[in-house]
Structures are given as C-alpha cells and as structure tokens.
Design a protein around this ligand. Structure first.
Ligand code: MN3
Length: 186
C-alpha cells in the first residue's frame, strides 16, 4: 500500500510566497487523497500496490485497461506532488545563470495553461524544454526527465491568490530549490 511522505520542510517554510494554510490543505488533504485513491484504484490489482509509483507511471501499459486511467490520474497525483515539494525550498534564492533564459517562457507557458495541470522543465535527448501537462499527467510517462515543476491546479494557490494566477507564478520563483534543480539536470 502507498503512504503519504511528510513534507521535506515545515508547513510555513515557503512563507510568504506560499502560505502555511495552503501547504496544509495541499499536502494533508489533496496529496493524501491521491495516495488513498491510488490504493483504492489498485484494490482489484493488488500486485501493483508494492510497485514504485515511478514504475507504474513509466509502464502504464501493464496496468489493466479497466483501471488504467484511474491509476494514471492518481499515481500521477502522488508522484507529481512529491516531486513538487522537493523542488521548493526557503525563499528568495538567486536564479542560476544557466536557467535565466527559461524564466520568462516558463511563466508564459504556465499562465497560458487552460484548466488544471502543470508546467515543467524537462530534459529530453540532452535538451531542456518547457512542457505543459493536463490534469495529473506526468512527463515521466512520456519518457521525459522532469527537472522543475509548477502545480497550476487552483488548489495550489486559490486560498492566497484567488484568481491571480500570474501573481502566484511570480511569487513561486522565489521558492524554487535551484540546488535540487541543478542536481536533477546533471
Ligand atoms: Mn496540487
């Protein structure tokens, strides 16, 4: 069975850019729900309940077709959020020179995303690219290597920023864990 990992820092670590209340709701309720629903989705195929989430997402064709979409949604929700927590850290870090060119187009891509989803920096064939995914689709299912991610579901920002997605995006750059991003891109 899958369980929810604790946040790698305190709930108020990302203040004032991402508030404590949002982090409680996002981690304790939303992330937890993906974990619970993944366990539920796999009740009829318990052999996958001990499979790492990464393995499920990179081998979705092995999941029985009747539950595949459900498993894809919930496993994506589990993996994407764990990744998201890891690429954030206490505020206002300087953007490394090699990533400066990505800030503007990434923000534009995040702002243009329709509905719920994510904007990512991914590595593919040795190149860094910006991609958007819908819902909880994860780039790892497409063989891409995520190095940065921004959650653009309203639950990620609505308490503090309401409909002001642009402000959320701008604030979020302050809490990117660039040390982790550099590690992932290496
Ligand atoms: Mn979320």
């Amino acid at each position: 069975m899958f369980t929810l990992s604790p946040l790698p820092y305190d709930y108020d670590t990302l203040e004032p850019f991402i508030d404590e209340e949002t982090m409680h709701l996002h981690h304790d309720k939303h992330h937890q729900a993906y974990v619970d629903n993944l366990n539920k989705a796999l009740e009829t195929s318990p052999e996958f309940q001990n499979t790492p989430v990464e393995t499920i997402l990179t081998g979705l064709d092995k999941i029985p077709e009747t539950i595949r979409q459900k498993v894809k949604n919930q496993a994506g929700g589990v993996w994407n959020h764990t990744f998201f927590w890891d690429i954030m850290a206490a505020g206002q870090q300087e953007v490394p020179a090699e990533f400066k060119e990505f800030i503007e187009p990434f923000s534009a891509s995040a702002l243009s995303l329709f509905g719920s989803g994510w904007t990512w920096l991914i590595k593919e064939n040795g190149q860094i690219k910006i991609v958007n995914t819908s819902n909880q689709d994860s780039p790892i299912s497409a063989g891409q290597v995520p190095i940065l991610a921004l959650d653009l579901w309203e639950h990620a920002y609505y308490l503090k920023y309401q409909n002001r997605r642009k402000e959320y995006i701008e604030a979020w750059w302050n809490v990117v864990n660039w040390a982790k991003v550099k590690e992932l891109v290496a």
